[in-house]
Design a protein around this ligand. Structure first.
Ligand SMILES: Cc1cc2nc3c(=O)[nH]c(=O)nc-3n(C[C@H](O)[C@H](O)[C@H](O)COP(=O)(O)O)c2cc1C
Length: 558
């Protein structure tokens, strides 16, 4: 997709009729900012205002729109970067010329985690850029930490009041033309090209009996080469399974003939909306349609309590259809439900191959999602999609997702890689690449999973690399093979002195995999290791921060 902006100042073309008083646009990776945005919109709408809500990128992609007043709610991810659904909006802001948003009243609510050096950076960047473009900040922007609920709520009511009281940006706007196919998934991320891929080889990596179903897939490309570097990911445009789409059509349109706007409902359900994972915005949307429903209000109260764990436990084994069923919303017309559904997102996978070693093919390492749901066994949309494409060989669209800092350093520099589970994927790429280059740098891999016999992904390959001397050290931790749980951080701590000596020799440290538990545990272990025997914990934190600031402690966690 290319973005073309024509700012014509006061002579701008007037965009289509748009009665929106306030646009609440969010950037959100895991749903927190999205939830807050829906909350803010819900409250303002209840007071009778015309308020729209969408992700920053969806707003941008939705074609020419005017912005009269803007409230941005965004999180920060990937160590200071925009959430995925704000990245194109950010690119667009940077394309605009000076004064392009003159007079636009705006406010920015940032959420983040003060444990990160780049606390709330995405929000700060957007705030600064909006100001540079001539937009007018109506209230001071706010940064909210992990306990964002209360602070955000206190800030939001007056912010919305001030925004609505401000003179709207006149009904002229820089026109935005998004050029590209109407297909839902063909929109490019940045300037990356869309490729057509097929799965040409696949094999299970976890053994029968494992709690996980990890697959190795190899992709070939119909349209020439797919250029990438180790550390990059690949975004796969997925579709919902026919089985799931048929379940929806059985409920909302027996014959499958209904249309939503101009397209058949079947197409929309298949390609555009998330049907498996319910998102907080769905509940807020349903509450708007059914303000008196006790069942919905109970879940809203759960969301407002800020207890994400409780909300997750309610959502637990429910998919979107289960949520609609359990909240008595199956009688709502499908036209009212569709706008509340999340957009079916492309799925990003770390590439586990090397462009030097695996000519023309891209390997990915995918952990399948399968669980007992309310209507039988549920599989994640991407799990189903990839398994189906591996069977039928049909083509699908993919795009490169370039890494920011997650890149191999110079050939002679030692690297320490911490990648339990499928977090090992980019490290397989690193090692294959270094092997192909004959890079002299030392390599140390920490791998972990549940059981040695069932879950040691790519065991043969890593053993071979060790025998050939490319993998200088391989340390593994299998958590459930003994009484006391043992994880990668325990292996790291057991090798503290050696890790310190590698770092003193200039080693880069990479961490990939689970963000919820593994990454914080590894952070803590690393701080202890860096602190050394007698130094204080805060000295360790400082050493870790300085390693990170020099881009020598790099994470890709999800
Ligand atoms: C991988 C990852 C990287 C993050 N990086 C940052 C960061 O650099 N700065 C920050 O303030 N918060 C960071 N956070 C914290 C998130 O911004 C925070 O969890 C926020 O509540 C997520 O909101 P969301 O669900 O809307 O994406 C990071 C979180 C994750 C998981």
């Amino acid at each position: 997709m290319s973005i073309q902006t024509t700012d014509q100042g006061d002579q701008s073309i007037v965009a289509a009729e748009d009665s929106t008083e306030l646009a609440v646009l969010y950037g959100s990776q895991t749903g927190n900012a999205e939830y807050l945005a829906h909350e803010i919109q819900g409250k303002a709408s209840a007071e009778g205002h015309q308020v729209t809500v969408s992700s920053l990128d969806d707003w941008l992609r939705s074609g020419p729109r005017q912005l009269h007043r803007l409230l941005v709610v965004t999180s920060t991810h990937d160590n200071g970067h925009m959430p995925d659904n704000a990245a194109e909006f950010w690119d667009w802001l940077n394309l605009l010329g000076p004064g392009a948003l003159n007079g636009l009243p705006y406010a920015v609510l940032s959420i983040g985690d003060s444990m990160y050096e780049d606390f709330c950076k995405a929000g700060h960047d957007i705030d600064t850029r909006l100001e540079q473009l001539g937009a007018v900040r109506v209230v001071p922007s706010i940064d909210c930490d992990v306990d964002f609920e209360f602070t955000a709520e206190k800030w939001a009511a007056p912010a919305v009041r001030e925004l609505l009281a401000a003179a709207p940006r006149p009904a002229v706007a820089p026109m935005i033309h998004l050029l590209g196919s109407a297909e839902p998934d063909t929109t490019a991320r940045g300037a990356e090209r869309i490729h057509t891929a097929r799965i040409v080889a696949s094999r299970p990596l976890s053994a029968p009996g494992s709690a996980k179903q990890v697959m190795h897939y190899e992709l070939a490309f119909d349209d020439g080469t797919f250029e990438y570097e180790p550390g990059d990911s690949i975004a796969v445009s997925i579709a919902n399974s026919d089985t799931l789409v048929n379940e929806w059509l059985a409920v909302f349109d027996g014959g499958g003939l209904a249309r939503h706007h101009d397209q058949p409902l079947r197409t929309l359900l298949k390609h555009e909306v998330e049907l498996r994972l319910p998102h907080p915005g769905l509940i807020v949307g349903l509450a708007r349609r059914r303000p008196d429903s006790a069942a919905i209000l109970r879940i809203i109260a759960l969301m407002q309590s800020g207890d994400r764990a409780q909300l997750d436990s309610w959502l637990g084994d429910r998919d979107v259809l289960d949520v609609l069923t359990d909240l008595d919303c199956l009688d709502l017309p499908i036209e009212e439900i569709v706008p509340e559904l999340g957009r079916l997102q492309r799925r990003d996978y770390s590439i586990s191959s090397s462009p030097l070693r695996d000519s023309g093919r891209v390997h990915i390492t995918v952990s399948g999602v399968e669980y007992a749901g309310r209507r039988g066994t549920y599989r994640g949309a991407a799990t189903d999609f990839l398994a189906e494409r591996a069977r039928d060989g049909r083509a699908f669209q993919v795009q490169r997702v370039p890494a920011h800092e997650f890149r191999l350093p110079a050939d002679a520099v030692p690297i320490i890689m911490i990648g339990p589970g499928v977090g090992v994927a980019p490290f397989r790429a690193f090692l294959r690449h270094r092997a192909a280059l004959g890079a002299p740098g030392r390599n140390w891999l920490f791998f972990g999973d549940q059981h040695r016999q069932l879950d040691w992904l790519y065991e043969d390959e890593f053993r071979q690399l060790t025998e050939h001397g490319l993998l200088t050290r391989l340390d593994v931790a299998f958590s459930r093979d003994q009484e006391a749980k043992r994880y990668v951080q325990h292996e790291m701590l057991a090798n503290a002195a050696e890790i310190r000596s590698w770092i003193a020799a200039g080693a880069y440290v990479f961490v990939c995999g689970d963000k919820a538990q593994m990454a914080p545990d590894v952070d803590r272990a690393m701080a202890v290791i860096l602190a050394g025997g007698d130094a204080t914990e805060s000295a360790g934190q400082q050493a870790l921060a300085s390693l990170k600031n020099s881009a020598r402690y790099v994470k890709d966690v999800y």
